[in-house]
Design a protein around this ligand. Structure first.
Ligand SMILES: Nc1ncnc2c1ncn2[C@@H]1O[C@H](COP(=O)(O)OP(=O)(O)OP(=O)(O)O)[C@@H](O)[C@H]1O
Length: 681
């Protein structure tokens, strides 16, 4: 059984590097180190010689020659250190069969050493074996297949038999689930393949056929694209896959889901002789059902390198995974404060379940842009390029941006609600915390309709439960920023504003501090500070905890208790009523101006206590969405109106009771082969 090593933290990575001692490379490396030592010895001898001659001709030798020799000596010493380095890092690129040109290109990109998934799969791929590769998000899976494929085509087994010349058929086919991801992987092949004289093209929908046809006509070595457009080009006779040497399914589990697998199967079957093609599958998630389907495309001799394996933690370990209760209506007010709290100026990606909610939310968040499948392709490219280049820092997207996208300095991921399956959670949260960086993933949830524990169970994540950042806390940090800015304002402005300031002091009835506090608030964009409830994050609402001195089994019981000491309209104003996990209480939101009514009423009611929650929510009952239509029915309930929306006591009669007959649960798709409608994105 191959030892599976979880590689995420720098410590484990260092341990990994120590562990990984590629056998074949050792001899080569020693040889190389010996060669460079000999070279260095020769230059040292030459230097000594020159120094000897130098002493005799001190007066004659110009200064710059001396400088040159100093530099040469320093270079020799530097090479010495470098050699030492080589012998230490088992994953140094010099230890692998990577050609000099490609090595130089990698170094120009700051890459001197391979990541574990790359080091562990490089030889397997270069030596011609089919492979299933899995590593957590952001661990370099793309180069894990790009580098050995390029080396095989130019210096390895695929070199002699690959097609060359004008109009050549491609040697490599890489399939991806989204256009953005196809373009990203294409760019890697383009950048690294170019130095080895290989050309690539990218075939994806929404882009003009003609340019793609022209490239194919001229002949390319590597085709990267999405299944739909590639299938079109096959049917139009623009591309022939009979001579493929490699076929790669990146995000393999996604590519083999319903909605993709038929096109993928058709495309992969176009090879003349599958025994002559190497097949590689990569993903950060490989649910059990994938293995059965994948076997259809892989040779029996295939190898698996799984750096996640049976590890409990399937998601990125470089990410803080946070959950925060928030009703749908409070999202647009709360999200800017979450960004202020958890992103230190980097990029933020916000995920929504549908295209409409992505567009709607982007419209409510100043400075953000939407990315989803209903947006014209040209606009999608402008938006993504703008986000990558920092023209704007907040992207609101559907799952079209969930997988693979590698965007620099994404510090925060916000998911507006728990995704339908754990793979979506792992990939979305993996847009941050990449290549050893850290990040924060905040998942909003409606306390009564969440499947947090299911995601925790299946992803191995242990969520940090936090309440909504209170506006007063945000304002404090914003005020500090404003104060810094104000002190930097030039004194030249004082004469123009001093008289108004004095008049304001005399007429406002406020102290100088209070007036300055208002000025700082205004400079920070605040005209008022509203409280925010812990349960639904709604502004001007307060969360109350009710206990009745005995276990509470149903929501209707709580409404019955409230009706004993409150008028009907106050009972109906209750928002988000949810039972506590210990079954001894219930929490709900009320308007700030009604708090006194509820507290006073409870004081006069027997065996009832109501208190304002200030510090945090108790653990609440969840409904396990994966149990299908009616869930367990105990703590679960929905809105009788059938909207499945946020629970409230209002809207016609006794809405929202745990009445099995009338409750509609959203049907969790579970982790299986849920019907994937990529059009949905
Ligand atoms: N050996 C390396 N050294 C330094 N950086 C690297 C190395 N390999 C890849 N990277 C960088 O790491 C980042 C993540 O790489 P990549 O997108 O391939 O990750 P991934 O494992 O495919 O992630 P996901 O599962 O989300 O698709 C990229 O910015 C890439 O340039």
């Amino acid at each position: 059984m191959k030892k599976k090593i979880a590689i995420e933290t720098p410590e484990t990575e260092k341990k990994m590097k120590k562990l990984k001692e590629p056998k074949v490379k050792e001899e080569e490396n020693d040889l190389e180190v010996k060669k460079s030592k000999k070279k260095r010895k020769a230059s040292e001898l030459q230097l000594e010689e020159e120094e000897r001659s130098e002493t005799s001709s001190e007066l004659v030798e110009p200064v710059d020659v001396k400088e040159k020799k100093k530099k040469k000596k320093a270079k020799v010493e530097e090479e010495e250190e470098e050699d030492e380095g080589k012998s230490e890092d088992p994953n140094a690129i010099s230890r692998f069969r990577i050609s000099e040109a490609l090595r130089e290109k990698l170094k120009s990109k700051g890459i001197e050493s391979l990541f574990p998934i790359q080091a562990l799969t490089f030889d397997i791929i270069l030596d011609g074996t089919d492979l299933v590769g899995r590593a957590r998000t952001g661990q370099g899976k793309t180069l894990a297949f790009v580098l050995p494929i390029l080396e095989s085509l130019t210096n390895g087994p695929a070199k002699t038999s690959r097609k060359t010349g004008y109009g050549r058929a491609p040697s490599v086919l890489v399939l991806l689930p989204t256009r953005e991801l196809a373009k990203q992987v294409f760019e890697d092949f383009e950048v690294y393949g170019e130095v080895l004289g290989l050309t690539s093209c990218c075939l994806y929908g929404g882009a003009p056929y003609h340019t793609q046809e022209m490239k194919l006509k001229r002949g390319v070595d590597i085709v990267v694209g999405t299944p739909g457009r590639i299938k079109d080009h096959i049917e139009r006779g623009n591309v022939h896959l009979g001579s493929l040497k490699f076929r790669v399914l990146d995000e393999a589990d996604e590519m083999l889901r319903m909605g993709f697998v038929d096109d993928v199967e058709l495309i992969l079957s176009k090879v003349d002789d599958a025994s002559k093609v190497q097949t590689l599958l990569f993903s950060a998630t490989l649910p059990d059902w994938v293995k059965g389907i994948a076997a259809r495309f892989l040779k029996a001799s295939k190898k698996t390198v799984d750096l996640v394996g049976n590890e409990k933690m399937k998601a990125s370990t470089n990410v803080r995974h946070i959950v925060l209760p928030c009703s749908k209506s409070a999202r647009s007010q709360l999200i800017p404060d979450i960004i202020r709290c958890y992103s230190s100026g980097g990029r933020t990606i916000i995920f929504t379940e549908t295209k409409d909610s992505a567009s709607e939310l982007a419209g409510l968040l100043p400075g953000s842009r939407a990315l989803h499948g209903d947006i014209q392709q040209a606009q999608r490219e402008v938006t993504l390029n703008g986000f990558r280049s920092g023209k704007f820092m907040t992207l609101v997207a559907t799952n079209v941006a969930a997988r693979g996208l590698d965007i620099n300095d994404v510090q925060l991921i916000i998911q507006c609600e728990p995704p339908r399956d754990v793979e979506a959670y792992i990939h979305r949260s993996g847009r941050t915390g990449r290549a050893g960086n850290t990040g924060v993933a905040v998942m909003l949830y409606d306390p009564k309709r969440s499947n947090i524990s299911k995601i925790e169970r299946e992803s191995g994540v242990k969520f940090e439960h936090v309440s909504a950042p209170q506006p007063v806390d945000i304002a404090k940090s914003a005020g500090v920023e404003a104060a810094k800015i104000i002190t930097q304002v030039s004194d030249s402005v004082i004469p123009a504003f001093k008289s108004v300031a004095q008049e304001l002091l005399e007429t406002s009835g406020l102290s100088a501090e209070d007036l300055l506090a208002k000025a700082l608030a205004k400079a920070s964009g605040y005209s008022e500070i509203r409280s925010r409830s812990l349960l639904t994050s709604m502004e001007n609402h307060v969360t109350l905890l009710l206990e009745a001195g005995k276990p509470i089994y149903t929501v209707s019981f709580v409404f019955g208790v409230l009706k004993r000491f409150l008028p009907e309209e106050k009972v109906q104003s209750v928002q988000g009523l949810t039972l506590t996990a210990d079954g001894m209480g219930a929490v709900f939101d009320v308007a700030e101006e009604d708090v006194e009514t509820f507290l006073t009423g409870a004081e006069n009611a027997a065996n009832v206590s109501v208190e304002v929650l200030k510090k945090g929510l108790p653990r609440l009952q969840e409904r396990d969405l994966s149990r299908g239509r009616f869930g367990d029915g105990r703590g679960g309930f929905g809105d009788r109106s059938g909207s499945g929306g946020r629970f409230s006591g209002g809207k016609g009669g006794r809405g929202g009771f745990s009445d099995r007959r009338n409750v509609r649960f959203s049907n969790g798709s579970g982790g299986g082969r849920g019907r994937y409608n990529s059009k949905k994105w």
